[in-house]
Design a binder for this molecule. Structure first.
Ligand SMILES: Cc1cc2nc3c(=O)[nH]c(=O)nc-3n(C[C@H](O)[C@H](O)[C@H](O)COP(=O)(O)OP(=O)(O)OC[C@H]3O[C@@H](n4cnc5c(N)ncnc54)[C@H](O)[C@@H]3O)c2cc1C
Length: 395
């Protein structure tokens, strides 16, 4: 059978895109292909579960637009589908007066991005939301919260009117004017058009179909600790630091997840492989390829001190606790238990910069989602709609 659309990747972005395409083009036949045996096996199943509000992103960027629309759509989806979520609200806390200008900058961004109820609060007001949190001032972000993105992906898969082929790694892609032929161990899948949402392998899948990408994926691991049950009562919702504007990640923070556990993290260290989770053997070949990439070496030369500090902190719970203590002074090393880890797919450009915004490339018969790091889970339903718009002319 020849499908109208083949989607590579049964993560939340691939499934949201497949779902949006079936709505935008009624009657279109769709297949979703993934190399893993289950839905949402990689980033979709290894993240903080935070429903980002859209606070951090440059006004006018795809991230700003799709995150704000996406979080509202995600809440509606979870409500309608009876999936767990909570609009717990977030504090972004300045622990030192020197951080206030950066906090004010976030307030301006969030206001420009149209966030509802966003406001600056003082040290006394911080205590009303989070009695154990220190800090000289904070932003209160009511539109933030938590969700279970793997559950969302599974539900999107259940509701999809299309085929899903799991355990089928895409090995080769032949692309021509008539469409695409996608080789998997289970056979060749033909489609008029393709949407590639391959996360950690986005650049490789693009290369398979002959597309030269502007940068390449460098995997950054995020490691978590979890608060002991006794200490978890110190946190009500989400407590974040004011982030370092040089990096797209948000700094070690506290997250009370939908199941009530409180996670601390994630940090950001170079992963020893694109799928280097805890307990998985490092892929030294992949590490060598990262070091051979000029873009990564330029990034490392610029930020080696920050990188070394992250590695040091990663190895010692007491150092991790010290970072967390800045936000919640009662936290001690003994309150932290090792938690999970996830690997972020981040495009690093040849000049050593980290691609900040989401990026999608449209070719004559495909859309390639190249850079979809956080907040892509939050934004996924809006990303799906955006991709369905981009599909105009391909079907
Ligand atoms: C540590 C961490 C914390 C995060 N926290 C948050 C957060 O709190 N909030 C938020 O909004 N976002 C967060 N994110 C980001 C979010 O998880 C991702 O942006 C989102 O899950 C991306 O979804 P995806 O579908 O693009 O990728 P993925 O979920 O990685 O899916 C890609 C799929 O493609 C498949 N694939 C790859 N290559 C092939 C191939 N050759 N053949 C077949 N299949 C293939 C993979 O098996 C995979 O299932 C976090 C990410 C990490 C790592």
């Amino acid at each position: 059978m020849k499908y109208d659309v083949a989607v590579i990747g049964a993560g939340i972005v691939g499934l949201a895109s497949a779902s949006a395409v079936t709505k935008r083009f009624p009657g279109a036949s769709v297949v979703v292909i993934d190399k893993e045996p289950t839905i949402g096996f990689h980033q979709t199943g290894h993240n903080s579960g935070v429903l980002h509000s859209g606070l951090y992103y440059k006004p006018g960027s795809l991230k700003a637009d799709l995150c704000v629309r996406g979080q509202r759509a995600m809440v509606e989806f979870c409500e309608t589908e009876g999936l767990p979520f909570k609009r717990s609200g977030k504090l972004v806390v300045a622990t030192d007066p020197s951080q206030i200008p950066a906090m004010e900058e976030l307030l301006a961004r969030g206001t420009a991005n149209g966030l509802r109820g966003l406001r600056r609060i003082n040290a006394d007001e911080i205590k009303e939301y989070e009695p154990h949190c220190g800090g000289v001032a904070a932003l209160h972000v009511p539109e933030s919260g938590v969700a279970d993105y793997q559950a969302v992906a599974v539900r999107l898969a259940e509701k999809l009117s299309g085929d899903i082929k799991l355990g089928q790694p895409v090995e080769r892609i032949r692309s021509g004017t008539g469409g695409v032929e996608i080789d998997t161990p289970g056979g060749t899948i033909e489609a008029r058009a393709m949407i590639a949402c391959a996360g950690l392998h986005a650049d490789r899948v693009a290369a398979m179909s002959g597309l030269e990408t502007p940068g390449r994926v460098v995997p950054f691991r995020g490691e978590y600790y979890q608060l002991t049950e006794a200490a978890s009562s110190l946190i009500n919702g989400l407590i974040y630091p004011v982030p370092d504007p040089r990096f797209p990640w948000l700094g070690v923070h506290f997250t009370r997840r939908v199941d009530g556990r409180v996670e601390v993290g994630p940090n950001a260290v170079l992963a020893m492989g694109r799928e280097h989770y805890r307990g998985v053997r490092p892929e030294f070949g992949e590490l060598a390829r990262t070091f051979a990439y000029g873009g990564f070496m330029k990034l490392a030369a610029k930020y080696w001190k920050t990188g070394a500090m992250e590695v040091w902190r990663s190895a010692r719970s007491s150092t991790y606790a010290k970072t967390a203590t800045k936000l919640v002074p009662e936290i001690r090393g003994e309150h932290l238990e090792p938690g999970g880890a996830g690997v972020r797919a981040q495009i690093v450009m040849p000049d050593g910069s980290l691609q900040d915004d989401f990026s999608m490339i449209k070719t004559e018969n495909a859309i390639h989602v190249l850079n979809a790091p956080s907040p892509a889970a939050t934004s996924s339903l809006a990303i799906g709609d955006h991709i369905a718009n981009l599909m105009q002319g391909l079907l």
